[in-house]
Design a protein around this ligand. Sequence first.
Ligand code: NAD
Length: 290
Amino acid sequence: MRIAFIGLGAMGRPMATHLLAQGFDLRVNDANAGLADTFGDAWASSPDEAARGAAVAVTMLPNGHIVRDVILGSGGVADALGSGGIVVDTSSSDAGGTVALGEELKARGISLIDAPVSGGVPLAAEGKLTLMVGGTDEAAFTAAQPVLEALSAKLMRVGGLGAGHAAKAINNAIAAAIFAVTSEGVDMGARFGLDPAALLEVINASSGRSGISEGLFPSQVLSRKFALGFGLPLMAKDVALADKLRDELGLKLPMIEATHRQMQAALAALGQQADFTDYFRFNEQTASAG
Ligand code: NAD
């Protein structure tokens, strides 16, 4: 079974490399033609060339707008796949956009599965990502299952089309909110005179603890490394997607709305190269700004 893989960035490159190592018949493409040498014979010069003759096309692109463009735009994947083809979007895309894309593809006989991931670059390289899969087309899921399983250590089917993308955005909005409030608490404690390491020990032995206080704070914040490898722009995008979903549902959710504002403010201050954990520094800078 031929697989097309489009998007070879921080995540897509190790995922595609892992699939090749597992023996999948892969054709890959990225807007960055400089990656051609890295992939040798598996490289295709365009998304539609990668998708020609493929049964499944996997996308790992920055956002849902780009996914839509690569699938439906001129020279896109949909024309090359044709009726019976399957698209698996592993990007963190917009749930509403995924539902709309799925309907347009269905009219052309193409199935869409959303399968965003968590786990980051190291787990992508090992094929041990967590996948949250949306879509109810059982035949499409069964056909794509070997690829999905090769990429993941844990695969969760979470509902209809778009459910994976909604779950991913909601999870990341919660993680961003926890990171932001933990930053506020640790910084406030330091200003009072508490040793941040001692305060963190208290939090981690008490009810304020989280995966973030136990993991990211010791490794990235107390060490002042701020190099998780998950960019602030990507986190800000995910929180924006959760806030968009909230708006589409007509809900008032002050914590998610505030986290969206905070991530956008941090991004404006720190720029596109910032790591997500640099948010702590933004909090330090703005806490006493008046
Ligand atoms: P990235 O920016 O490193 O890579 C994106 C790749 O897409 C780049 O190589 C770029 O050249 C390519 N691209 C952009 N437009 C294209 C087009 N029109 N045609 C072909 N290729 C195109 O991003 P990433 O970190 O790999 O993230 C990809 C997705 O995975 C995002 O939605 C992100 O939110 C999500 N994600 C990232 C992480 C992480 O730790 N980095 C973890 C989980 C999920």
